[in-house]
Design a protein. Structure first.
Length: 496
C-alpha cells in the first residue's frame, strides 16, 4: 500500500519550498526534475517529508519502503530529523543509472520517531521522476469507504472544479486499489448547481437554504445514513464547497485510516487549513475551543521553514468543516445542532468527546475569517458561541459571562457602530430564548436584518433593548443554561 506519494508544485500551491529544496536552479519538465552536476535535491519539506513518528504512533505500520525513480550518477542519502533538529544518517549509497530505474530502500523497522527525508547529490546530470513511501507486510488493514459530504450555495465554478478533480482520482479508476471506495454527496442549498458528470458516485441533493450551511450538511448526512446498509461507508468527510484541495490528501487519509490502530479508530481526523492569500502559510492544523477564545494548533506557520514541520502538538478538540473526517459508527445516530452557520462544526466535534487527530499532508486552502467578517457573521459568532459554551464550556459564572458580553458592546459603541451594538444585543436575546433554533432553524429573522440598517431607529431602540436583555440574563442565566442542557439531552445526547 502506498502511504505517501512525492508531490510537485501544482496549481493549488506552487511554492517550491513547500515541496522540495535545491542548492541551485533546477529544470522542471512536467513531473520531473533535472539536476546538474553538484546540485542537491532535498525533501525535508512539509509535503514530502514522512513523519514516521506520527505513523508509528497511530498505525500498525511496521516495514516501510522508499521507492525512487531516477536516472544518472548521484549519491542518495536518507536522514532522520529529530527533536532540536538532531540529524541521523539512515542510508547512504552511490548510484550510476544509465536509464530510468526504480530504487527501493527498506527503512529500518526500529525507527519509531522523527521525520524522515532523503536527498540526492548529483555527480553528473540527473533526472528525477518521482518517489513514494510504501507499506510492506502490514497487518490488520481495514476496508475504508468514504462518503464525501459537501454543502454548496451558489458556488458553481469552484465546486465543479473540485468534483472534476476528485472524479479523476484513483477512487473512480477501475482496477486500482481505491476504486469504488468513495461516493460524493452534494447538498445544493442554492438549487442551481449542475454538473456535467452524470455518474452513480455523484449524488446532488436539491435542498432549501432555510437551515443554512448546517442544514445542508445535515441533509447530506441524512442521505448517507439512508445508504449505509447497502454501501457500508466507514467514514464521512465534511468539506466546504469553496476550498482548493489536492487529491493526494484523500490518498494519504485513506492509507492512514486503513492502518489505524484499534484504539484510535473512533477519532475524528481534521484536515489542516492553509491560507488562500498566502499559500505557504498554515492557518491552523486543528482547534482547541477554549470557551470561544479559539486556539489554532500549529497556527500561522510558514511551511517553507524546516522548523515548522517539527510541530510537537498536532491534536485538538475539533476540526473545522473545511475538511474533517468522522468514523461513521460514531455519528450514525447524530445530527448537527441547527446553528444555520458557524459553530456547527465546533459543537459537533466537542460532542464526540474524542481527541481529534491530524495527518501531515491532509489539508485544504481556504479563505480566512477576516475576509468573511461582516455584521451578520458577528451576530452568528456571538450567539452560537454562547450556546456552545452553555453546552460544553462549563460557563456557570453568570457575572463573568455578562462582563465579557458587555465588553463586546463597549467595543462596538466606541467604534460608533449602531448595527454591531444591535446585533450583539440581539445575539444575547436570541440565546436567552432559544426559540430561534426551533422556529427559524437558527436563521436570523429578515426583519432583524432590516432593522440593523436603520441607524436612527437603533440609537433609541438599542439602549433600552440592551438593558432589558441584561436584566433578563442576570436573573435567568443559570435557568437558561439548564434549559439548553435539558433540551440537548432530549434531542442530541448527553453533555456530561
Amino acid at each position: 500500500m502506498v502511504i505517501q506519494n512525492f508531490l510537485f508544485p501544482d496549481e493549488v500551491c506552487d511554492v517550491q519550498e513547500v515541496y522540495f529544496r535545491t542548492t541551485g536552479m533546477v529544470d522542471r519538465i512536467r513531473d520531473s526534475i533535472k539536476l546538474s552536476a553538484g546540485e542537491v535535491l532535498r525533501t525535508d519539506t512539509y509535503m514530502n517529508v514522512l513523519n514516521i513518528g506520527h505513523w508509528k504512533k497511530y498505525t500498525v505500520l511496521e516495514e516501510i519502503l522508499l521507492e525512487l525513480q531516477v536516472q544518472g550518477h548521484f549519491r542518495l542519502y536518507i536522514e532522520l530529523l529529530g527533536k532540536e533538529k538532531r540529524k541521523e544518517l539512515i542510508y547512504e549509497q552511490e548510484y550510476h543509472l544509465e536509464s530510468p530505474e526504480t530504487i527501493c530502500v527498506c527503512i529500518p523497522e526500529e525507527i519509531k520517531d522523527g521525520i524522515l527525508y532523503w536527498k540526492i547529490c548529483a555527480k553528473s546530470a540527473v533526472q528525477y521522476y518521482g518517489a513514494r513511501y510504501v507499506a510492506e507486510d502490514f497487518k490488520g488493514e481495514k476496508d475504508i469507504k468514504f462518503a464525501l459530504n459537501i454543502c454548496t450555495y451558489h458556488r458553481q465554478q469552484q465546486l465543479q472544479k473540485n468534483i472534476q478533480k476528485i472524479s479523476e482520482s484513483l477512487f473512480f479508476q477501475p482496477k486500482t486499489e481505491m476504486y469504488g471506495q468513495m461516493k460524493i454527496f452534494v447538498a445544493d442549498n442554492g438549487q442551481d448547481f449542475t454538473s456535467p458528470i452524470q455518474k452513480g458516485y455523484l449524488k446532488i441533493l436539491k435542498n432549501s437554504n432555510d437551515g443554512g450551511g448546517t442544514g445542508g450538511f445535515t441533509r447530506g448526512l441524512e442521505e448517507i445514513k439512508k445508504e449505509q446498509q447497502v454501501h457500508h461507508y466507514t467514514h464521512v468527510i465534511f468539506m466546504d464547497d469553496d476550498v482548493e484541495v489536492q487529491v493526494e490528501s484523500f490518498y494519504r487519509l485513506y492509507a492512514f485510516l486503513s492502518l489505524l490502530k484499534t484504539r484510535y479508530q473512533d477519532r475524528p481526523i481534521a484536515g489542516r487549513m492553509f491560507r488562500l492569500d498566502n499559500r505557504n502559510i498554515q492557518y491552523t492544523a486543528v482547534e482547541r475551543w477554549n470557551k470561544g477564545n479559539i486556539i489554532h494548533i500549529g497556527g500561522n506557520l510558514d511551511m517553507r521553514l524546516q522548523e515548522s514541520i517539527l510541530e510537537e502538538e498536532s491534536t485538538g478538540d475539533y476540526g473545522g468543516w473545511w475538511f474533517c473526517t468522522y468514523p461513521i459508527q460514531c455519528i450514525l445516530q447524530e445530527r448537527p445542532f441547527p446553528f444555520f452557520i458557524h459553530c456547527d462544526d465546533v459543537e459537533f466535534g466537542l460532542r464526540q468527546q474524542k481527541e481529534t487527530l491530524t495527518l501531515p499532508g491532509v489539508q485544504v486552502w481556504h479563505e480566512t475569517y477576516e475576509y468573511r467578517i461582516n455584521p451578520i457573521i458577528i451576530y452568528y459568532d456571538i450567539r452560537n458561541t454562547l450556546v456552545v459554551n452553555a453546552l460544553w464550556g462549563k460557563a456557570e459564572d453568570g457575572n463573568a459571562f455578562i462582563q465579557e458580553w458587555k465588553g463586546r458592546l463597549t467595543e462596538f459603541h466606541n467604534s460608533e457602530r449602531q448595527d454591531l451594538k444591535y446585533f450583539c444585543t440581539l445575539a444575547m436575546w436570541h440565546f436567552c430564548s432559544g426559540r430561534i433554533f426551533r422556529k427559524s432553524k437558527g436563521r436570523i429573522p429578515r426583519q432583524c436584518v432590516w432593522l440593523s440598517k436603520k441607524d436612527t431607529i437603533l440609537k433609541f431602540v438599542t439602549p433600552l433593548f440592551h438593558r432589558i436583555t441584561e436584566n433578563r440574563v442576570k436573573k435567568q442565566y443559570l435557568q437558561i443554561v439548564k434549559k439548553y442542557k435539558e433540551d440537548y439531552r432530549k434531542n442530541y445526547g448527553s453533555t456530561s
